[in-house]
Design a protein around this ligand. Structure first.
Ligand code: NAP
Length: 275
């Protein structure tokens, strides 16, 4: 019997920690499945995805630059994928039909690990991950969700699309979520990165979440820690979105601890570009 396949499609995708994380989880669950990287450029994405179910694939994680295209090609969409307009998880039905989900949203809330209902949230950034974060926080009942972005027009558009507030500059919040790429490549020092995000002008929130992850503490994580905030690292968000995807495909509880150690163990592979 051929093995059931899962994978992560991106371009590039060699850096991804998802194969290590998911293969460890599949082994722990006793499933003889295999999760592989699927490097595919944007212009080949749709035809590549259409070919996967016939090659034994049951599901696919999708990362940069394909999340919008994954949403567009799907036959059915979850509430989150529909509202966010992007998908990071595709599930293939028996006749090759494609269901789209966005587990970045629920994965973020799982990683935060405490209710956000009634809290003030501030999202930094207006790219794909910020859209998922804003939608998740609003859907989970945050009292106020503000979006700040270096390019203000993009924040204004995102806020208007999803019913959030556009912040002209970062303001006070209970929960801050960094969805920018600042800190990703380690090319700026912590003080420069914090200043680029306006963190030097606000009081630290109770909870600081950084979607960026890498070899060392990121500038946003360092800022949160130095001010005594509860800090949620990007690696935990990666693990939690992956766990939700795995549960969709297997209908089994994901072994979070195994996934966390596998993702952490592959820290050396490269840093911080989503699944
Ligand atoms: P994206 O769509 O490319 O958006 C990038 C954002 O970063 C934009 O808002 C951009 O602002 C902002 N930015 C870039 N350079 C900046 C600077 N020097 N100062 C201030 N803002 C700057 O990226 P994305 O897909 O949303 O991902 C964002 C980050 O989250 C990435 O680091 C990614 O690796 C990480 N991520 C992690 C997970 C996880 O599971 N942990 C999942 C998804 C994404 P402008 O609009 O002004 O260009």
């Amino acid at each position: 019997m051929p093995r059931t396949l899962l994978g992560v499609a991106g371009f590039p995708v060699a850096h991804s920690r998802s194969p290590a994380m998911h293969n460890a989880a599949l082994a722990e669950l006793g499933l003889d499945w295999l999760y592989v990287p699927v490097p595919v450029p944007a212009e080949r994405f749709e035809e590549a995805v259409r070919a996967l179910p016939g090659s034994g694939f049951k599901g696919l994680n999708v990362t940069v630059p394909h999340k919008g295209a994954a949403h567009r090609l799907a036959d059915r969409h979850s509430r989150a994928a529909q509202a966010i307009g992007a998908a990071n998880t595709l599930t293939f039905g028996p006749n090759g039909e494609v269901e789209a989900e966005n587990t970045d949203a629920g994965g973020l809330l799982d990683a935060v690990g405490q209710p956000v209902a009634g809290l003030r949230a501030l999202v930094l950034g207006a790219g794909g991950s910020a859209r998922a974060a804003v939608w998740a926080l609003i859907d989970a009942g945050a009292a106020e969700v503000s979006v700040w972005n270096r390019t203000p027009e993009r924040a204004a558009q995102l806020a208007s699309d999803l019913g959030a507030l556009h912040a002209g500059r970062p303001g006070q919040a209970d929960v801050l979520v960094n969805c920018t790429t600042v800190g990703l490549d380690g090319s700026v020092d912590a003080a420069e990165a914090q200043a680029a995000l306006g963190l030097d002008r606000i009081d630290p929130p109770d909870t600081v979440v950084d979607l960026v992850y890498g070899h060392r503490a990121t500038p946003v994580v360092a800022w949160g820690r130095s001010h005594g905030s509860r800090v949620v690292e990007g690696l935990e968000v990666l693990v939690r979105q992956g766990a939700r995807s795995l549960e969709l495909w297997t209908h089994l509880d994901a072994p979070i601890e195994t996934m966390r150690s596998a993702a952490t163990g592959s820290r050396g592979e490269g840093g911080g570009v989503g699944p």
